[in-house]
Design a protein around this ligand. Sequence first.
Ligand code: FCB
Length: 459
Amino acid sequence: MPLSEPLTTPPTEPALPAGFRWGVSTSAYQIEGAAAEDGRGVSIWDTFTARPGAVRDGHTGATACDHYHRYDEDVALMRGLGLDAYRFSISWPRIQPTGGGTANPAGLAFYDRLVDALLGAGITPLPTLFHWDLPQALEEDGGWLTREIAYRFAEYAEIVADRLGDRIPAWITLNEPFVHMVYGYALGIHAPGRTLMLDALPTAHHQLLGHGLAAAALRERGHEVMIADNLTPVWPASDAEADLAAAAAYDALHNRLFTDPLLLGRYPDLSAYGIGEDLGGCVRPGDLKLIAAPGLDGLGVNYYNPTRIASPTEADGLPFAQAEIEGVPRTAFGWPVAPDGLRQLLVGLRDRYGAALPPITVTENGCSVADEPGPDGAVHDQPRIDYLAGHLDALAEAAAQGVDVRGYFTWSLIDNFEWAEGYHQRFGLVHVDFRTQERTPKDSYAWYRDRIARHRSPR
Ligand code: FCB
């Protein structure tokens, strides 16, 4: 495989803590393909992508990166980076095709092979149990709107842990419950495509309850437990009281709704939304204890960008309005690039939660670049290198300011199925030609490999 030459080292690269873990992240539906193989059940993403207009150009994850058959090649790419760990997700419909009952042996066997391949390459597997691909059968029973699903999730977690747990020290229960609630159930941009607006709130509680029950089961088996939250520093549009109040309301919904119950055992004040502490009646006595009690060995932070918030107009119908962030570069997706937002976010978490904040691992961070191989066959994705370098510097700065940061997993190893955007947004360190499945490491691949090596052997 053609590898680009190492790029120049910045003269002042701030140091990350000793023992820091380097990784990459992916998720099952976005890379595996093999949607109808080996007894995999239907997932809500199979159903959603079949809906006309739901995904750009009608793309689906039916084949994706064909990782299901090419995992050996992908593990070799990871080995080439010198990674400590790999964050991937397990497809619930592969394990329990109808969302409950006996496990599908072929589904478990795939992850068995993957885990062994990783260990053979000296890479620690860090699986996420739920990265949005719910078995369709569970959605038909109401999905995360129901309380029952939390118990189903814990059963599924036990099945997987009993099979793979002898080789896996730590688990991530859920990926970004906020995004799943908002995109999946409130706005209908992601599967299952519901448009419930604030009536989607019970999905936050049921995901957290599922986390708590699964975490307790994992803990009982001697495992470490993390969750991966999508968090954002909230920038008020001005110092005006109305903007500050709107920013606080947004912060409560995006960040605190997920971190407060986990770390403090209570929900934040959602009175700006007209919602009480019982989240509209779905919280039962004892639930918050179940959510907080297992504790977290680490908080996974998925960070992409800050959010600017202004006071709303009546037409917004919510206690906040999103405002543009001006004067910063943008990714191909149009997301603002603000590396210092990561430092602000982490320092803010430490200040808010103090001793209740567990060690932090950045479980996703990366950017989409419209990159293709050039005439020389290489992929020159300098904007991604700049993005990663800036965010790693911000992370080092957060560590220098006393935040306990333990690792960094970039999103993503390879270009993949980017949800509602299909194959249009490329986030990989490795380019994938989706017609031929050819993998071409980009310049950022060589840069990341060298960044990891410099950390291990500083000059
Ligand atoms: C995150 C998702 C991940 C990926 C990145 C770009 O919100 O967790 O699957 O799509 O965004």
